[in-house]
Design a protein around this ligand. Structure first.
Ligand code: 13P
Length: 251
């Protein structure tokens, strides 16, 4: 049985003081999630990770939005895995479409980051999804298939047990144009089949999230799909009220 997972991606939002306040204000929501066997968390900016980690309920998952695959070196502007672990951060988003679009994040780069995270017993949240042009051209499965195969090549079934995959069609992110539950389930089911081909029965243990204009009003419909185990939520995770709505609507 896969535990439900609700993860907020704050992107480039919130100062450290605002992030701390959110962490303090959501303690009882984390408690409520925990009582209902739901994993709940947020991915703040690097500068707010410590503030959230120190002030949130200890069961709150605190994820970084990126990391470098090397432990240290001449990589200006980057943050390494040991630096995250120093603050108790062991979840990291990898390959978010905004990083793929603006920071040249390729499947192979994602692969190296996931490899480094798995070697450190951390949890990568590997984001995949097609652009609007790819969707319109009917290439969704071809694109997602390449992202899964190249991003996860060579790992063992034991290693990928911890992995979380997030399907986020780029055309649905921040646009209010969320994918229908039929499309979301179809692609998430396809991803599980790919994982089964690549890793065998462990595919049934890997959590797959849907992301893209998820809101309190539509989250329940996504989570009632057999292959969708949770949501990766941008805009609606920023305010305590809508974050609460996301949780209470999936209890
Ligand atoms: P929105 O929920 O704002 O569409 O963002 C989705 C997303 O990119 C989460 O990673």
């Amino acid at each position: 049985m896969r535990r439900k997972l609700l993860l907020g991606n704050w992107k480039m939002n919130k100062t450290s003081a605002e992030a701390k306040q959110f962490a303090l204000d959501t303690k009882e929501l984390v408690e409520l999630a925990s009582k209902n066997n739901i994993d709940i968390g947020v991915a703040p900016t690097y500068l707010s990770l410590a503030a959230v980690k120190e002030n949130a309920d200890k069961r709150m998952i605190v994820a970084a939005q990126n990391c470098h695959f090397k432990e240290s070196g001449a990589f200006t502007g980057e943050i390494s895995i040991p630096m995250l672990l120093e603050f108790g951060i062991d979840w990291v988003l990898i390959g978010h479409s905004e990083r793929r679009a603006y920071d040249n994040e390729t499947n192979l780069k994602c692969h190296d980051k996931i490899q480094a995270l798995l070697a450190n017993n951390m949890v990568p949240v590997y984001c995949v999804g097609e652009t609007l042009a790819e969707f319109d051209a009917g290439r969704t499965k071809e694109v997602v298939s390449r992202q899964i195969k190249e991003g996860l090549e060579g790992f063992s079934a034991e290693q990928v047990k911890r992995l979380v995959v997030a399907y986020e069609p780029v055309w649905s992110i921040g646009t209010g144009k969320n994918a229908s539950t039929e499309i979301a389930q179809d692609v998430c089911g396809f991803i599980r089949e790919l994982l089964r081909e690549q890793f065998g029965a462990v595919a049934d243990e890997i959590r797959i999230l849907y992301g893209g204009s998820v809101k309190p009003e539509n989250i329940k419909a996504y989570l009632s799909c057999p292959d969708i185990d949770g949501g990766l939520v941008g805009g609606a995770s920023l305010k305590r009220e809508s974050y609460e709505g996301l949780l209470t609507n999936i209890l």
